[in-house]
Design a protein around this ligand. Structure first.
Ligand code: 2HA
Ligand code: ZN
Length: 270
């Protein structure tokens, strides 16, 4: 077996968690990441039939039967992932229609996957239907996006239009916009189902007064989506209390659509 800590997907996961912590998005045990892997990604590094222990998931997700995920642990700090990956991360395979996770590596102190595992797994199901290449679901607590949910109305179209207006690149990076959920109790199947439903139409879902979910084909894409939305929210929080003299107009957004070959969410531009 090869050294799992040198697997390219493991290296990238550790770098990403470290980078997210560095951005201040994952204080204490805040945030979680799940990365979908194929059997051929993992079987050089672990004996996939050597199950360390099984962990009930508390939900059913038949679409994910037999799928492998590298996932952050509940109560674990992103700050520590780089120093003790085998404690803070786990590699699991879902079985019994998604109701059981088989631990193949990690969670070495007896831990288990993130409390937001339902939201992650249900979001994977939703995104895979839109893009079979989707591999990543990422959650974190970026300060400006969070701040914005206290002072901006929470209608998804209106929230998105404000973000698009804050940086020229936003409409190019997330033309489908962001979907916004009202405050809900986190760590539950209910917020998982609500998030997954919103993931059917966008890769970014804001959890009001809590944080954001992103999804993408790889860690870079997903990180970049959140990074871009958070930059836009930062600019909004710098200018929201000042008279606005200029903006990016809808006519200019249409020029961006044409030039970059993207299509904004239907009906979200005038
Ligand atoms: O504890 O961010 O939403 C990790 C979280 C919960
Ligand atoms: Zn959170």
């Amino acid at each position: 077996m090869r050294d799992i800590l040198k697997a390219p997907w493991m290296v990238e996961m550790i770098r990403t968690a470290t980078n997210m912590y560095g951005h201040g998005w994952d204080e204490r045990n805040g945030g979680n990441i799940s990365l979908l892997l194929r059997k051929e990604d993992v079987d050089q590094y672990v004996n996939v039939w050597d199950v360390i222990r099984t962990i009930p998931t508390g939900f059913s997700a038949p679409d994910l039967e037999g799928k492998y995920f590298l996932v952050t642990g509940t109560g674990k700090y992103f700050k520590n992932v780089q120093y003790a990956p085998e404690v803070n991360l786990g590699l699991v395979r879902l079985t019994e229609g998604g109701r059981t996770a088989e631990l193949l590596w990690g969670f070495a102190d007896g831990g288990k996957f993130t409390s937001e595992f339902p939201a992650h797994m249900m979001s994977h199901v939703a995104r895979l239907k839109v893009n079979p290449e989707n591999r990543v679901v990422m959650h974190c607590h970026p300060a400006n996006l969070l701040a914005m949910t206290y002072v901006h109305d929470l209608d998804s179209r209106s929230f998105t239009r404000t973000l698009w207006q804050m940086c020229t690149e936003c409409i190019v990076v997330f033309p489908e916009g962001v979907n916004v959920l009202p405050w809900m109790l986190c760590g539950t199947n209910e917020i998982g189902e609500a998030t997954a439903e919103q993931m059917e139409t966008a890769r970014l879902v804001v959890w009001s007064q809590h944080g954001i979910y992103g999804a993408g084909a790889d860690l870079d894409e997903t990180f970049g989506l959140i990074e871009t939305a958070e930059k836009a929210a930062e600019i909004y929080m710098k200018i929201a209390h000042l008279p606005r003299k200029n903006t990016i107009t809808d006519a200019q957004m249409h020029l961006l659509e044409d030039h970059f070959g993207v299509k904004a969410r239907e009906g979200w531009l005038d």
